[in-house]
Write a protein that binds this ligand. Structure first.
Ligand SMILES: Nc1nc2c(ncn2[C@@H]2O[C@H](COP(=O)(O)OP(=O)(O)OP(=O)(O)O)[C@@H](O)[C@H]2O)c(=O)[nH]1
Ligand SMILES: [Mg+2]
Ligand SMILES: [Zn+2]
Length: 307
């Protein structure tokens, strides 16, 4: 049989049979586990696999992993030199952000966008919990939305409480496989429940003590909303844990910088102190947003060796 991994707990996988839609509990044949030593998980949600039922058993064995069209990797929280595949074969990555309860910073949003760019995966930013915002906070979000749209990113403002833009949210997902990510408590599972109440995903109030989520979703899981429309709900993340990028490549992952790159005086310009740098000039001219440039510097200098 062939199917898609729809849930992974690390040792067990749920695989949906492509033909019948039936879900099987599977494990991976041992020899795959040693394939790539830099990756902690050999198989991720979204992987296409070949599998068969074990003799006289309820469970199945996965014997083959299909080629991936793409994947998204984060640094493993347990082993820092290692990467963890979050999902494979996705059409887009969607960050759910909120200005409050909990707060998502622009720096975090930019890291998400850079990470998605580095894997060549289209991305979308959704600002949820609009109902909680005061006028000045709404103005701030509208400005951020305008800025991200001006550099080519799809964005949306939503509220599951006032049902704002829930139809538009669904429209963004239609016909695609979408990875949902964001801090714990921003409303990922609630948004999914709003458009697909039958799924009835577990959600939880955020703790009033720290305005943080409680990590209600604990495993990445894929759901079919309709034929050809899939979403992957994931556990909330604290930090993005980007895999290391070459200094010279980082600006390639900022679309507003990418279009100017060959105009700097020095071909190996990293846009910090070099004379004749068109990127710094564009920041001074207000053409490139200061917050984006700050995010660029922060990613560039995050690796201690580069300081
Ligand atoms: N005011 C308001 N609350 C919301 C909105 N969307 C979700 N919430 C609430 O935020 C809390 C957290 O929502 P969840 O859907 O569990 O958040 P999550 O992103 O899935 O969190 P994890 O699974 O922990 O990563 C719940 O109490 C939701 O009811 C919204 O638009 N406005
Ligand atoms: Mg959740
Ligand atoms: Zn430059």
């Amino acid at each position: 049989m062939v199917g898609i991994v729809i849930k992974s707990t690390g040792s067990w996988y749920e695989v949906q049979d492509a033909e019948t839609g039936r879900i099987f509990r599977c494990r991976l044949r041992g020899k795959f586990k040693l394939n790539d030593k830099k990756i902690t998980n050999p198989l991720a949600v979204g992987d296409r696999v070949t599998f068969h039922q074990e003799d006289q058993s309820e469970t199945c064995i996965i014997t083959e992993i299909g080629d991936r069209t793409n994947y998204i990797i984060r640094k493993s929280v347990h082993k820092t030199a290692h990467g963890h595949i979050v999902a494979a074969n996705i059409d887009q990555a969607m960050l759910i952000a909120s200005l409050t309860m909990p707060r998502t910073s622009l720096g975090f949003i930019d890291r998400f966008l850079v990470n998605a760019e580095s894997f060549r995966i289209p991305s979308v930013v959704v600002f949820n919990k609009w109902d909680l915002l005061e006028d000045d906070e709404r103005a701030y979000i509208e400005e951020a939305v305008g800025m991200y749209q001006s550099i080519g990113y799809k964005t949306l403002i939503t509220s599951t409480v006032s049902n704002l833009n829930i139809d538009a949210f669904y429209e963004l997902l239609k016909g695609k496989t979408t990875l949902l990510t964001g801090h714990s408590g921003v409303g990922k599972s609630t948004l999914v429940n709003t458009i697909a109440p039958d799924l009835d995903l577990r959600t939880d109030i955020i703790s009033t003590f720290a305005n943080k989520g409680k990590h209600t979703t604990t495993f990445a899981q894929m759901f079919e909303l309709e034929p050809d429309t899939f979403i992957i709900d994931t556990p909330g993340i604290k930090e993005l844990g980007m895999i290391e990028l070459e200094a010279a490549n980082i600006s390639h992952y900022f679309p507003e910088m990418r279009e100017k790159l060959n105009q700097c005086k020095y071909h190996n310009c990293i846009h910090v102190n070099e004379p004749g740098c068109v990127i710094k000039q564009a920041v001074d001219d207000g053409e490139i947003s200061i917050s984006r440039y700050q995010s660029y510097l922060s990613i560039l200098f995050e690796d201690d060796n580069r300081r």
